[in-house]
Design a binder for this molecule. Sequence first.
Ligand code: ATP
Length: 249
Amino acid sequence: MISSATDPALRAVGLAKTFTLHAQGGIVLPVFDNIELTVNAGECVCLVGPSGAGKSTLLRSLYANYKPDAGKILVVHRNETVDLLAAEPWEVVEIRRSAIGYVSQFLRVIPRVPALDVVAGPAIAKGIPADQAKALSKTLLTRLNIPQRLWPLAPATFSGGEQQRVNIARGFVVDYPILLLDEPTASLDAANRATVVDLITEAKARGAAIVGIFHDEEVRRAVADRLFAVGKLSADDWLSQLAAGKVAV
Ligand SMILES: Nc1ncnc2c1ncn2[C@@H]1O[C@H](COP(=O)(O)OP(=O)(O)OP(=O)(O)O)[C@@H](O)[C@H]1O
């Protein structure tokens, strides 16, 4: 399907997801149903809802880490709108490489690979020359306060917050048209949270479509253009229950 300039960057249509617990008698756990989500270029949509509502499951589904039972995930890739759910596994890898960045809650540590290479990896995979990719990575690591002495070391021994900042740098090293962020600020201090807010604001300004989960209210307020409720509560009901201390994020 050829995309038009007005096509949204990301669209989930009729998305439904259940988990089948094979090790527990095949119990089927419904998570969400009939998700309709449209995200335009330059917009940041924050997923909200009580703990267990399915926010991370939706985000992982949008990255095709989880396979929904029904629906479509339409993304613009090389001027065409493609359905990520109908794509072959090799196409998913290719679409991700150029179109979708994903910052997970925790860094997947690769043994013996230095932090600088962990960050530069996605840029090199996308075809950016190695010296340029490394220069970009150094800038990001500096902005995220990872001391230079750690750059040649593998992040396995880094603190939780250091690993998360390496993860964030890796997610922002490519100017992805779509960015999926799963609690990127969860283990960060105020100064690094502010840097992440700046990175998100800059990504929006260059036209990235962002879907994020932010448990930090201040961060959410700073970056969200729109809230999208996952689960039974509407975004307004969730906000008022949150203010009344009746739900946990
Ligand atoms: N891999 C899995 N296998 C089985 N059930 C799962 C799996 N991942 C998530 N679930 C279940 O799906 C539901 C939604 O989980 P999810 O992590 O998406 O919620 P969430 O809204 O992101 O919660 P939180 O805010 O606490 O992180 C939960 O009931 C969880 O137990």
